[in-house]
Design a protein around this ligand. Structure first.
Ligand SMILES: CCCCC[C@H](S)C(=O)N[C@@H](Cc1ccccc1)C(=O)N[C@@H](C)C(=O)O
Ligand SMILES: [Ca+2]
Ligand SMILES: [Ca+2]
Ligand SMILES: [Zn+2]
Length: 304
């Protein structure tokens, strides 16, 4: 038997067929992508509905990953590649650590688990309960959100609590928007599979899904690490305002520079505004259209 880099096919969570970068070894095909300019690889595993990580490799005998119970594996693997390519092609960032670290994803975590997370070492996706969520790896929004937590952890290190935590959450939602550029909704592809037209969050209209969109609506709470998934609506709206005024490309360059140069673990919303302005000044000059667009984007959400 021999080893080989192979190209397989798979069917994703929404029933869509896609090409996969796979690996053949000793009669088995693996969701193991060695084609990126990394030192590591992109590898996808399954927890088989238990909760021990990282679980076992997702494998197939004929390189066609088309079984129903492989759909989450297919999308976790495919979208991880899309997110890797986004950071490499847009910012020349080589994986989340900028040193080519292996990207490990585990799907089928737990039972009816309605969430996905980065655990400090890897991504973890639940299958959802089929009512609140379907398999969460089925959306680029989710995969982009989770890998961006890893980028944030290795750069600004925003503490996952209170305003810095809500900013951390917002950075993950915002880069998911930059990667997709399809709409300003978060999670619409996997949220409430029996209900069409809704989403988990909206950057253009946070209040539609119960989030504040202005500092005046900041929620002081002890739950959810100080309401990080609620108060993220405020910087999310600022990000929407920024994209609307200066476009996706300038916005993503400003956000990436802010994340990698200016933001730090305890940065709050006001520090985020300052970081974005400093980045806009560096890239486009103070008083530039971009600079002024950023300033008004944050003023409109009550952050000065
Ligand atoms: C250990 C549980 C807490 C971790 C929360 C992770 S980082 C998170 O924010 N997950 C996203 C998943 C997601 C992302 C984009 C689109 C849809 C769903 C999230 O928003 N989780 C919600 C459901 C939450 O935890 O309230
Ligand atoms: Ca979306
Ligand atoms: Ca829905
Ligand atoms: Zn998150």
């Amino acid at each position: 038997s021999y080893n080989a880099v192979t190209e397989g096919t798979g069917v994703g969570v929404l029933g869509d067929t896609k090409k996969l970068n796979t690996y053949y070894s000793s009669g088995t095909y693996y969701l193991y992508d060695t084609t990126k300019a990394m030192t590591g690889v992109i590898e996808t595993r399954t927890a088989k509905n238990l909760s021990s990580l990282p679980g076992s490799y997702s494998v197939d005998p004929d390189d066609n990953f088309n079984a129903t119970n492989q759909r989450a594996d297919v999308d976790a693997h495919y979208y991880a590649g899309v997110v890797y390519d986004y950071y490499k092609n847009t910012f020349n960032r080589n994986s989340f650590d900028n040193k080519g670290a292996t990207i490990t994803s585990t799907v089928h975590y737990g039972r009816n688990y309605n969430n996905a997370f980065w655990n400090g070492s890897q991504m973890v996706y639940g299958d959802g309960d089929g009512t609140t969520f379907t398999s969460l790896s089925g959306s680029l929004d989710v995969v982009g959100h989770e890998i961006t937590h890893a980028v944030t952890e290795r750069t600004a290190g925003l503490e996952y609590q209170g305003q810095s935590g809500a900013l951390n959450e917002s950075i993950s939602d915002t880069f998911a928007m930059f990667m997709d550029q399809k709409n300003f909704l978060i999670g619409e592809d996997v949220y409430t599979p029996k209900i069409a037209g809704d989403a988990l969050r909206s950057l253009s209209n946070p209040t539609q899904y119960g989030q504040p969109e202005n500092m005046s609506g900041y929620v002081n709470t002890t739950s959810d690490n100080g309401g990080v998934h609620t108060n993220s609506g405020i910087p999310n709206k600022a990000a929407y305002n920024t994209i609307q005024s200066i476009g996706y490309d300038a916005a993503q360059k400003i956000y990436y520079r802010a994340l990698t140069v200016y933001l730090s673990p305890k940065s709050n919303f006001s520090a985020a505004r300052a970081a974005m302005l400093a980045s806009a000044a560096d890239l486009y000059g103070t008083g530039s259209t971009q600079y002024n667009g950023v300033a008004s984007a944050w003023t409109k959400v009550g952050v000065n």
